[in-house]
Every structure is written in structure tokens, then in C-alpha cells.
Design a binder for this molecule. Structure first.
Ligand SMILES: Cc1ncc(COP(=O)(O)O)c(C=O)c1O
Length: 403
């Protein structure tokens, strides 16, 4: 390994929501009891340091002590174009197709404003990322959920008939598509995306495709951009990307959209720009240029391998030692979403009791119910393997198999 994924900076007192809000905020894990330190495994950011190329790029810019109004650099756009070409096989992407967004969720809300009116229905898949649920309903839209289903091999699949039925019933003309899927971790196959896009096209549904997790997939798998599956998909889709998940940059803020259709792009830009708040931060621009460099590519490749090893470690331990806990091995993201219904039933425990038992010994895992998993827990595996082993060991000894 060229880069360090075995140590993690001590983030305590350094503005990390994942650690500083433990025990302080009702939505955060409760504080551990004496003798246990907290291992944060909830907020979707990583315990690792960012890529050195990112800190170097920010450092070079910080050496110029002026932070006035600025124009995005040509290198910012060309970094995105070459990243999308090299990593996702995107062809024909031009600078004009790319636009800055403060955050992926902000981009989602701007796109919704361009495509629907408050009160209108929006189709999502369920389980659903909590940020979708909150931002779509807070902006006044009605969420229509089409459940993903587990097939005989234990793979999450879209139910195209169900999607079709719900689109017709609700008269929804916008769908939010999450690829790879959070929290289920599916990296959709091209044929599945093609079929979904045919369903959307057949019912005149515009698509907001959140591809924020596209860089974090198992080595050997490929991310298929939604816009790449057909000419119609290219025109019908607002795609949202960011370096934030991949490089631990969420605190710097900065994502981007890709919209090929001129009319659609103008409408989304119009909605996004009116507030004058959707403006780039000069340091986040330099951070992206560092992230999308040659070194950033090498770092992201190593990260993918590290995450895959952590996923295997956690899923193997769960399969072998946590009887009654069912986990689907994710193909992408660094999240797992184990279903604890059988364990809870067998031990006469509620999910709240189970969550609290983990928090008590410092495992800062997350309630899966707001993601629409009735007995699921969501766990972030982007941490050094030694810390993950420690968390799994505590879960074994004190929570699932107390001795
Ligand atoms: C699927 C998905 N979309 C969007 C976000 C948040 O993106 P942003 O912070 O850019 O709004 C997350 C964060 O976990 C996510 O998982």
C-alpha cells in the first residue's frame, strides 16, 4: 500500500460530527459506559485522513493569502471531465454540461424545483437514504416508495412492475435514483439501469440520479452512469456527483451536476442560482483538483480495496458469529445494513435495546428505521481494520453473544 489506511487521525475536538456529537445530540449514538472509547460507525464519512494530494492542493492555495471573489478555474472543469472519462468511461462530456452544486442534496432539491411543484409525487426506492426522505419531504413533495426486493441469491433488485404501478397510480413525473444504492450497497448492472430508464421513459418520468457513491465500489465492478445507457437517458437525467464521499471532503462542501440537455440544464441552473447561495468555495475547488489528480486516482483505488476487505471482514464475522443477523454483502458504498429481526425475536429484544447495547460498549452504529429497515442497523465500515475488529469483537462479547 502506498497510502496509510491503517491509522486514523484523532478527530475529537476537531469539528467531526461523527465523534463530537456522540452522547450530545438525540440523533447521535449515546455515550459509551466507562472503560469503552467511542468507535463512530454512523455518519457517512470516513475515519481515514484524506488523500495527501488534497491537502497539498489546499496548502498551495492557502499560501496565497487572498480569498476574494473568484471564477472557477478551467482546470476544475477539466479535472472533472478527465475523472469521468477515465473512471466511468464517460464520453462526449463538455465543460458546459457540468455545473457546481453546494451539495448533492442541494442539487437534488434544485432539480426537483425545476421538474415538479410542491405536492407532486416523487418516486424513490425503499430502503431509502434518510437525506432523500428529509430533503424531498421538507421541500414539500410527496414520497412514493417502491420497495427493493431480495432475490433468491440475496441480491437487492428493483421491482419494475411495482415501479410502473406506483408511477401510474401517483402520476409521479420525477424519480430519484440512487446508484450505487445507499443503504443497500447495490452497484446496479447496466441491464437493470436500462430497464429502469425504459420504465421512466414510458411514463414521462424525469430522473435525478445520485451517483455520489460511484467511486466506492468493489474492485472488479464497474459503475455505469445512468446517462450512459441510452440517448434518452442522457437527455432525461440530472446526474449528481461529488468528491466528498470518496475523499472525506463533506466538510468543505462542493459537488456537481452533469446535465446534457440544454433546456433541462437551464431550468436546474435557474432554480439553483436564484438564492445566490449555491456558490463555490475556493478551497473546495482546489480540493477537487487535488482529489481528481493522478495521485487521487491511486488513492481511490487503494481505498476501494481497503473498503472491500473491511466489508468482507465484517460480513464474515456477522455470518459466522452473529446468529440471527442477516447481512447482504454490499457491492458499493462503505455501509452495511444488517437485518437483526431474527436475533431480536429470538432474544426478546427491541431494536432500541439492541442499538443501546452497542452504544454502551462504544460501537456508534445507527438506527436503520429512518432508512426504512424495520429491524436494520446501518454501520459505516470506513475505518482502520484494527478499529473495525475491535468493534466487531465488542459486539460479539457484549451484545450478540454475551458471556
Ligand atoms: C446517497 C447520498 N446522497 C447524498 C448524500 C449527501 O451529499 P451532500 O453532503 O453533498 O448533500 C449522501 C451522504 O451520505 C448520500 O449517501
Amino acid at each position: 500500500m502506498q497510502f496509510d489506511f491503517t491509522t486514523a487521525p484523532d478527530r475529537r475536538g476537531h469539528d467531526a460530527l461523527a465523534i463530537d456529537s456522540i452522547g450530545m445530540d438525540p440523533t447521535a449514538p449515546a455515550a459509551p459506559r466507562a472503560g469503552f472509547d467511542a468507535i463512530p460507525m454512523w455518519v457517512a464519512d470516513m475515519a481515514f485522513k484524506t488523500c495527501p494530494a488534497v491537502t497539498e492542493a489546499i496548502g498551495r492555495r492557502l499560501a496565497q493569502p487572498h480569498f476574494g471573489y473568484f471564477e472557477p478555474r478551467e482546470e476544475y472543469l477539466s479535472a472533472i471531465l478527465s475523472w469521468q472519462c477515465d473512471r466511468n468511461g464517460v464520453t462526449g462530456l463538455e465543460p458546459r454540461h457540468v455545473g457546481y452544486e453546494n451539495g448533492v442534496l442541494g442539487g437534488l432539491v434544485s432539480a426537483l424545483a425545476a421538474l415538479a411543484s410542491p405536492g407532486d409525487s416523487v418516486l424513490v426506492h425503499s430502503p431509502t437514504y434518510i437525506g432523500f426522505t428529509k430533503s424531498i419531504s421538507n421541500a414539500g413533495y410527496r414520497i412514493v416508495s417502491s420497495p427493493l426486493v431480495l432475490d433468491e441469491e440475496g441480491m437487492w433488485r428493483m421491482d419494475f412492475d411495482d415501479m410502473e404501478r406506483r408511477l401510474v397510480e401517483s402520476r409521479a413525473h420525477v424519480a430519484v435514483f440512487c446508484s450505487p444504492h445507499n443503504p443497500c450497497g447495490r452497484v446496479w448492472e447496466r441491464a437493470e439501469i436500462e430497464r429502469a430508464m425504459e420504465v421512466y421513459a414510458a411514463h414521462d418520468v424525469m430522473v435525478i440520479s445520485d451517483e455520489i457513491w460511484s467511486d466506492i465500489i468493489r474492485p472488479g465492478l464497474v459503475h455505469t452512469p445512468t446517462q450512459s445507457v441510452s440517448d434518452d437517458a442522457r437527455r432525461r437525467t440530472v446526474a449528481l456527483y461529488a468528491p466528498s464521499k470518496t475523499f472525506s471532503l463533506a466538510g468543505l462542501v462542493g459537488s456537481y451536476h452533469i446535465i446534457y440537455d440544454d433546456y433541462l440544464r437551464d431550468r436546474v441552473d435557474a432554480c439553483a442560482s436564484k438564492s445566490h447561495y449555491n456558490m463555490m468555495n475556493v478551497l473546495s475547488m482546489h480540493a477537487l483538483m487535488g482529489a481528481y489528480s493522478e495521485e487521487g486516482r491511486a488513492w481511490a483505488d487503494e481505498l476501494r480495496a481497503v473498503i472491500a476487505e473491511n466489508v468482507d471482514l465484517a460480513c464474515d464475522v456477522i455470518d459466522e458469529r452473529f446468529d440471527g443477523v442477516d447481512v447482504v454483502r454490499p457491492q458499493g458504498t462503505y455501509m452495511i445494513f444488517p437485518d437483526c429481526s431474527a436475533w431480536c425475536a429470538r432474544h426478546g429484544k427491541t431494536l432500541d435495546e439492541l442499538l443501546a447495547a452497542g452504544w454502551d460498549v462504544g460501537v456508534g452504529w445507527q438506527d436503520g428505521r429512518p432508512f426504512h429497515g424495520a429491524f436494520n442497523i446501518r454501520m459505516n465500515l470506513a475505518l482502520p481494520a484494527a478499529r473495525l475488529e475491535e468493534a466487531l469483537d465488542r459486539l460479539d462479547r457484549y451484545v450478540f453473544n454475551p458471556r
